[in-house]
Write a protein that binds this ligand. Sequence first.
Ligand code: ADP
Length: 454
Amino acid sequence: MFNKILIANRGEIAVRIIRACREMGISTVAVYSDIDKDSLHVQLADETICIGPAKARDSYLKMDRILSAAISTGADAIHPGFGFLSESPKFAELCMKCNIVFIGPSARVIERMGNKQEARNTMIKARVPVVPGTTNPVNSAEEGLKIAKEIGYPLIIKASSGGGGKGMRIVHSSDKFISSFKTASQEARNAFGDDSLYIEKYIQNARHIEVQILADNYGNTVHLGERDCSIQRRHQKLIEEAPAYGISEELRKEMGLTAIKAAQSISYNNAGTVEFILDKDNRYYFIEMNTRLQVEHGVTEMVTGIDIVKEQILIASGNKLKIKQEDISIKGHAIECRINAESPRNNFLPYPGQVTNLHMPGGCGVRIDSALYHSYRIPSTYDSLIAKVLVHDESREEAIKKMRGALGEIIIEGIETNVDFLYDIMNDTDYCKGRINTGFVESFLDEARLEKIC
Ligand code: ADP
């Protein structure tokens, strides 16, 4: 087992990982940028090292500085969390070369799944159902237009190196294709330095269902059930739950086994998530694999009782999975709401600043994953996720009630947040009845706008 782990991340996820390490008797090293010197993760870690100025590319993305920090503090392993370097095959490779364990899958696996187009092709070979679409990068808008005719509208243009919803455009008709293709290409080039695009059929009124898997270094793979992450804004998840409402035991089992097949086909190791789109006829299609811890891992932990971060650490240190598939059962229902520092009144514009008053909820079945504290100044440099509120109860109905109570109790002053917006969703009839799909937030916002006008 490791003696010391360096956490190459910040915010609530760094705090989450530090807590797991503490429980396991592993000491921790926090790295931080100038602007994060007063952050909670810095205060909670056993050792701390400043790795540069605020901009992520000068600090949290600086591989050499993070590796030097690990070497100089004698860390045996690095946990990358999510975002930043968590999906960088180069970083995973460099860790290995420096004799430091990267807590995640091998560089080769990250690379194979990192290119979404290649991942699709790999899954086709493994006989995992994928959304109908292209198997080669589309070289020009004109070529794309021809392919689009074959696939049929609506379709979705995606960046091969994509993530975070960037470089993605839904196209409903041929007259919009060329301009959408060009914007997607531009966006992909700016965000990822790679403008290669591919095209998929756009599945309307679909749900985003993903399966959590754990795989050790000896070929043992289990799945921990699914999460429904259909409540999204601009392709970014906002509310997640486990299990997915209305999914039959049979479908759950089938999707779980498909996720295991997908993982085993690439000799996947450590924790990972296989993402699917589920259409209204309950047909499911692979969209991508995330080769890291997910933001929403907590809902799975609540319904399975399995600590995914601890399992990641155990697997990375060479332990065999102790959990067998037949030991995993889903108990009750869990929901997560992502609290962002943003202004819903102002088109959800980020709203960083100093927290002048803070009260977070608690009680049976309520979990808060956050790096906030009273008087903390939220920097504008990083993403706007500031806390996650998770609840667990015996049914979805009870969990929704608990979430309403928890959100209603929150006080965060000094900044704007989306807490009231999330509270309104928890009171929405369609949401409560489980009538959800990836278009939910958009229609919810349209209705809210309509109410304002009327
Ligand atoms: P990213 O890696 O940028 O997050 P994904 O491929 O995971 O992109 O897609 C993000 C979201 O976009 C999905 O959760 C889903 O809501 C929507 N989406 C992606 N592909 C499709 C598709 N083929 N049909 C319908 N919706 C899709």
